[in-house]
Write a protein that binds this ligand. Structure first.
Ligand code: FES
Length: 103
């Protein structure tokens, strides 16, 4: 199936160093801005479902707000055990809009 490009935010709504929970076709994603580069992960932490988009971002690491597991938002890998990964989605920024590619 072809990838679908879904607009999830205006780039200006997610300043560098921050994250947001956004929706793409009914699915919650966590969108992060690391020094101007955007990354999208599944929002529900695979530990117990905590909302990663509401976690504090330090550099490229987001801290899950529920039990503080640390995730590298650029790869989806757990910072302590990189073999454990969150699903990631490609992100494209065009004309000030942020799109996530699903599919
Ligand atoms: S739900 Fe994320 S660390 Fe527990």
């Amino acid at each position: 199936m072809a990838r679908r490009r879904v607009r999830v935010a205006a780039a200006e709504d997610v300043p560098a160093g921050q994250g947001r929970v956004v929706e793409a076709e009914g699915k919650d994603l966590a969108l992060f801005n690391v020094d101007g580069a955007f990354y999208a992960l599944e929002n529900a932490c695979i530990h117990r479902g905590g909302p990663l988009g509401e976690g504090d971002l330090e550099g490229r690491i987001v801290l899950c707000p529920w039990h503080a597991w640390r995730w590298d938002v650029t790869t989806g890998a757990n910072a302590n055990n990189p073999a454990v990964k969150m699903a990631c989605y490609p992100v494209v920024v065009e004309d000030g809009d942020v799109f996530v590619e699903l599919g």
